[in-house]
Each structure stands twice: as structure tokens, then as C-alpha cells.
Design a protein around this ligand. Structure first.
Ligand SMILES: Cc1cc2nc3c(=O)[nH]c(=O)nc-3n(C[C@H](O)[C@H](O)[C@H](O)COP(=O)(O)OP(=O)(O)OC[C@H]3O[C@@H](n4cnc5c(N)ncnc54)[C@H](O)[C@@H]3O)c2cc1C
Length: 379
């Protein structure tokens, strides 16, 4: 680990996860991206090490850690492979919404399975509804025995391997969240026109079709009609982790390009000795240090239960944009070698840019921050 980056939390956990990343994740990253496959074996190894359940309470087989602990894990994995990290984030999203809002029976049924490697996806988006999930074409109808869901979801990360989907569907009382195991009758997936993205490639972002899928009564997560509030609350958690992934990408881009500039010579000196090149790094390191502090503060806010919407949105907004700047500058500093397919900088740039959109676009985050400011001023 580059000593340039200060440890901000949990040095023992940090040492453990960075060791895992250097030994297992960094060597696999290029292939995951190139082949666009779900990294099943790595997810199972992470589960065995307890990294898929860092902040899940011990009562459900988790590690009982804090949000800051989870952030340490995501920053390190994002450094090695953002594609692996988003495979992990959909696992955290689904366990968080079930833990925070699910019935006791739902929690007992699904939460312990995460420590043995349950793979899960978070299905909000539809062809006609992306940022705006207040109305959905996927519908759920109440029956005597439970709920029947019909509709189609798109862009579903980890969907190619998921054993459990969290699905948002509209009911009579508004948008509601459901836990939907993949083996129910009427569920199918396909690789549609939106499956292949240029970044964050952990297997196709599949379409999920729900055709008269019957789910038991207790698979409604939380209150009927509260799905958007619950999903947004869950996204506040995962936005901090998404910011952590962006921090990891940014660090990897800076570390890699610094190493190149330290060794490469031009006009009789090392590239890093040009002041113009040093200034690139001065700007990036300053921005990344600031984004790290902001993101660790957002995770602290989650642990303390305060100012969640604003600080987590600020963290993802800043970290994702800094990561893109770092990756773009890394290509520039490395010259032609930065553009090579065999170099990791193109992957960093593609992953960083995709994360300015996935999990809440920068524009939507700015809206959330703006609303929070107005509330503060007017209340
Ligand atoms: C790599 C990747 C993985 C994804 N994984 C998942 C997943 O696992 N599950 C899932 O449900 N979805 C997933 N998505 C979908 C993602 O959540 C949506 O792409 C995102 O919410 C934006 O929706 P959209 O693309 O439909 O854009 P739109 O909502 O159509 O927006 C288009 C543009 O308008 C802007 N815009 C929209 N509303 C406003 C507004 N009110 N004010 C200002 N600007 C606005 C947007 O920021 C964007 O720039 C993924 C997307 C990507 C790229």
C-alpha cells in the first residue's frame, strides 16, 4: 500500500483487506473487465473472509462492523477492481434494505445466507424509469396468499449471478420493495440491448422479467408504499460505499501514473521532475485527500445517524468526479503508454465515468444536496 495515503480508519481491517486485494483482486481485474463476467469465485472468497458482511450484525452471521469499516473494504476493493466492488455493493444494498426494513421472518430467512456467499441484485431501474422511480411500470397486486408481481427491470448489475433480487414495484399505495428469490416461477432474465456497459463490467447488466411471480406476504420489505423512501435510504448507505469505490479507482490511477512518471525519461530528466507534471499530481492528491475526508465523514454520519442525505450525496458526487479526473490525467501523464489496452488506465477511466451515473447520477445528487440546503435554511 502506498504510504502517501493516510490510514483514516481501522488499520487492522485495512491491512487485511489490502493484502487480499493485492494477492487476489489486482491480478484478476483485467480479465473480469475484458470478459465481462461475474466474479463468482472472488465473491465467495470475500464471503469466507467476512468481507461480504462487514457491517451486518453478528446476530445474522455478519462481522458487526460500522459503516466506516465497510468503507475501508470498498475503497480497497475499488482500487483492485471496480467490477468486483460493484458485485459486492449489490450484495450490501440488498442486505441493508432487508435488515433495516424487513420483517423478522424475512431477516431470519435471508440475512444469514450472506455470510456463506449469497449473491444478490438491486432492481429499481426500468426501460422507462431511471432517475425517477416515483412511478413504475412493474406492478404488484395483493392476493389472499401474498403478492403477484408483473413487469420488467433493466440495467440490473450482478443480475447474471443473483440468487436474490430486491425489486421495486408499484402497488395500490405507491412504490413498494419486495424480496424476490431467483427460483420463483415466472422469473426469467435475458441479456438485452442495455446489458453491456463500457465500465463497471461484472457480467451483463441483465433485464429481469417478472411474469405473474407470486411472492409470500412477508416478502414485502417494510411498509407498502414506502419503497422509494426505503430504497433512497438504502442508497444513502451504498452511496458512501460507491464513493469508496471511486476513491479506490482514483488512488489506483494516481499510484500507477506516479510510478510511470518516476521511471520514464524525457529531455534528459524523469517525467516526474517536470514541474508541470508535478502540478497535475498536486491537484489530484489534494482533491483525492479532500474526497477521502468527506467520504469518511459521510460514513461517520451514517454511523451517528445524522445529515445522511446531504453528506452521502456530497461524498459520491465529489469522489466519482475526482476519480474520473484522476484516471483521465493518469492517461495524459503516461503519454502513449497510458492509452494502451494493456495498461489499466483505460479501465480506470471507463469505471470512474460510469460511476458518475450508476447508483445516482451527479445531477440527481446535486438535487438532493440542494433540497437539503433549502430545508436547512427554511426550517
Ligand atoms: C454501470 C451501471 C450499472 C447500473 N446498475 C443498476 C442496478 O444494479 N440496478 C438498477 O436498478 N439500476 C442500475 N443502473 C441504472 C442507473 O441507476 C440509472 O442509469 C440511473 O439511475 C440514471 O437513470 P437513466 O440512465 O435512466 O437516466 P435518466 O433518468 O433518463 O437521466 C438522463 C440524464 O438526465 C439527468 N436527470 C434526470 N433527472 C434529473 C433531474 N431531476 N435534474 C437534473 N438532471 C436530471 C440525469 O442525471 C442524466 O444525466 C445502472 C447503470 C449503470 C450505468
Amino acid at each position: 500500500m502506498n504510504p502517501m495515503w493516510r490510514t483514516l480508519h481501522a488499520p487492522d481491517l485495512e491491512a487485511r483487506i489490502w493484502k487480499f486485494v493485492h494477492e487476489h483482486v489486482v491480478p484478476a481485474a483485467e480479465q473480469i473487465d475484458r470478459d465481462d463476467v461475474y466474479p463468482t469465485e472472488l465473491i465467495e472468497s470475500l464471503a469466507r473472509e467476512g468481507f461480504t458482511t462487514t457491517s451486518l450484525p453478528t446476530a445474522y452471521g455478519g462481522q458487526g462492523g460500522t459503516h466506516r469499516d465497510a468503507l475501508v473494504v470498498f475503497e480497497a476493493i475499488g482500487y483492485g477492481s471496480a467490477a468486483l466492488a460493484i458485485s459486492l455493493i449489490t450484495i450490501y444494498q440488498s442486505q441493508t434494505i432487508i435488515h433495516d426494513y424487513g420483517t423478522a421472518s424475512l431477516k431470519e430467512r435471508y440475512l444469514p445466507a450472506y455470510s456463506t456467499g449469497l449473491k444478490a441484485a438491486y432492481a429499481l431501474t426500468e426501460a422507462g424509469h431511471g432517475s425517477d422511480i416515483n412511478h413504475l411500470d412493474t406492478k404488484a397486486t395483493r392476493t389472499d396468499r401474498g403478492w403477484v408481481i408483473n413487469g420488467e427491470k433493466a440495467f440490473i448489475t450482478s443480475g447474471s449471478a443473483a440468487e436474490l433480487f430486491v425489486v421495486l414495484a408499484e402497488t395500490d399505495r405507491g412504490v413498494s420493495a419486495f424480496a424476490v428469490p431467483c427460483d420463483l416461477a415466472g422469473i426469467s432474465t435475458y441479456v438485452g440491448a442495455t446489458a453491456t456497459t463500457f465500465g463497471l463490467r461484472n457480467g451483463p447488466h441483465i433485464n429481469l422479467v417478472l411474469d405473474n411471480v407470486e411472492v409470500p406476504l412477508d416478502h414485502l420489505i417494510g411498509e407498502e408504499g414506502a419503497g422509494v423512501r426505503q430504497a433512497v435510504g438504502t442508497l444513502a448507505h451504498s452511496r458512501t460505499l460507491a464513493a469508496g469505490i471511486s476513491l479506490g479507482i482514483g488512488r489506483a490511477a494516481i499510484d500507477g501514473s506516479l510510478e510511470f512518471a518516476s521511471g520514464r525519461e524525457a529531455f534528459g530528466q524523469k517525467v516526474l521532475d517536470f514541474q508541470g507534471i508535478q502540478w497535475y499530481f498536486s491537484n489530484l492528491v489534494t482533491q483525492l485527500d479532500a474526497a477521502r475526508l468527506l467520504t469518511y465523514q459521510a460514513a461517520q454520519d451514517l454511523d451517528d445517524g445524522i445529515q445522511i442525505a446531504r453528506s452521502t450525496s456530497e461524498a459520491k458526487l465529489m469522489a466519482s468526479e475526482v476519480a474520473t479526473a484522476a484516471a483521465s490525467t493518469a492517461v495524459q501523464v503516461c503519454g502513449a503508454r497510458g492509452t494502451m489496452e494493456s495498461a489499466p488506465f483505460g479501465r480506470y477511466l471507463r469505471d470512474a465515468k460510469a460511476y458518475e451515473i450508476a447508483g445516482g447520477s451527479s445531477e440527481v445528487l446535486k438535487n438532493t444536496i440542494g433540497k437539503s440546503l433549502l430545508r436547512t435554511i427554511r426550517d
